[in-house]
Design a protein around this ligand. Structure first.
Ligand SMILES: NC(=O)c1ccc[n+]([C@@H]2O[C@H](COP(=O)([O-])OP(=O)(O)OC[C@H]3O[C@@H](n4cnc5c(N)ncnc54)[C@H](OP(=O)(O)O)[C@@H]3O)[C@@H](O)[C@H]2O)c1
Length: 229
């Protein structure tokens, strides 16, 4: 990964921090983004923090333009931005919640894809790995807005896989079950954390898909459910 330029969205998140560290450990040049990301979030000199709001196309374009201007290319887009809302049936779901889920889970990926695909195509042999959710293909009662936004995202990534294979760009999406993040431990203190998916496992998979070893995997939708399948 030494010569690779990697953009991690949501780099300071529960999963994103592991993803960022995995690429830094492999000596890649890593640009981490989120609204509040800071250089001090990671100690490596190979890490650059570029704060951005990627629910807007302008924010996503400005971000990718900066990456290409500073580092000359983009090899890997690891997109982890997303968020959860639950506890309401569809009949109870208000517009604000529905639009928030679409903004976080669908618009963010749409905008970062639109902004990054030209650069990824130009690099060639490049990778897109996005994080969906188990809920994308297994809807549950009370999480309809979240599930719908993640399902649409899966469709988008599979389309991008088809549209960019001619340039050697792969696009895959990982569907984690509940992950063992600090936020989940806080909101579900009585759960059995050992049954949850370790973020480091998902980070390793993203890393592998982004490496030369993952070259032939394109358009895959990969469940990572832990031992609680
Ligand atoms: N946690 C789970 O159990 C679980 C299970 C299945 C799937 N997932 C999915 O896995 C991914 C990572 O989950 P996580 O638990 O690591 O989430 P998280 O800790 O909430 O991290 C979300 C990240 O996205 C950034 N972000 C949010 N809105 C943004 C925006 N508009 N523009 C730019 N950055 C934005 C946040 O940073 P700022 O606040 O600094 O912007 C943060 O870095 C998400 O897509 C989530 O839906 C999670």
């Amino acid at each position: 990964m030494e010569s690779k330029v990697v953009l991690v969205t949501g780099a300071n998140g529960g999963l994103g921090a592991y993803v960022t560290q995995a690429f830094l450990d492999a000596r890649a040049t890593v640009i981490g983004t989120s609204r509040k990301i800071q250089k001090s979030d990671f100690s490596s000199p190979s890490f650059t923090a570029l704060p951005a709001e990627i629910s807007s196309l302008e924010g996503a374009h400005a971000l990718v333009d900066q990456v290409v201007a500073r580092f000359g290319k983009l090899d890997v887009l690891a997109h982890t931005v997303g968020g959860f809302a639950g506890g309401q049936s569809i009949a109870e779901t208000d517009d604000a919640t529905f639009h928030r889920m679409l903004d976080l889970n669908l618009n963010s990926v749409f905008h970062i894809l639109r902004a990054a695909i030209p650069a990824l195509r130009q690099t060639g042999n490049s990778r897109i790995v996005a994080i969906g959710s188990r809920a994308a293909i297994e809807p549950g009662a009370g999480v309809g807005a979240y599930s719908a936004s993640k399902a649409a995202m899966v469709s988008l990534i599979r389309t991008v896989a088809l549209e960019n294979k001619d340039a050697g760009v792969t696009a895959n999406v990982i569907l984690p079950g509940t992950m063992d993040t600090p936020a989940n431990r806080k909101s579900m203190p009585n759960a059995d954390f050992s049954k949850w998916v370790r973020p480091s496992t998902v980070a390793s998979l993203i890393f592998w898909l982004a490496s030369d070893a993952g070259k032939d995997i394109n358009g895959a939708v990969i469940p990572v459910y832990g031992i609680d399948v």
